[in-house]
Design a protein around this ligand. Structure first.
Ligand code: ZN
Length: 80
């Protein structure tokens, strides 16, 4: 999986709320936040995630996406 740094995350979280993102990008960013103390302090993962999903649902309801991303987050948090 692609690695991102904190600056990129900061930028991408903003992008989340204003433009479309691909599922892989969402997973990359949320994966970083889950593993990065400094980003976890800045972003409440669940808040960010909910905003992402709500945005996605504006265009098309994709519960599968939510489920997949949440599962990925749980994996990252359990094993990271
Ligand atoms: Zn970070």
């Amino acid at each position: 999986m692609k690695q991102v740094d904190c600056e990129e995350v900061k930028h991408s979280v903003h992008e989340f709320l204003h433009s479309e993102m691909h599922e892989t990008e969402i997973q990359t960013i949320t994966g970083h936040i889950a593993n990065c103390d400094s980003c976890e302090e800045h972003y409440d993962l669940e808040v960010v995630f909910n905003q992402v999903i709500q945005r996605s649902c504006d265009e098309a309801p994709v519960p599968e996406l939510a489920e997949r991303v949440m599962q990925r987050l749980r994996e990252v948090q359990e094993h990271g």
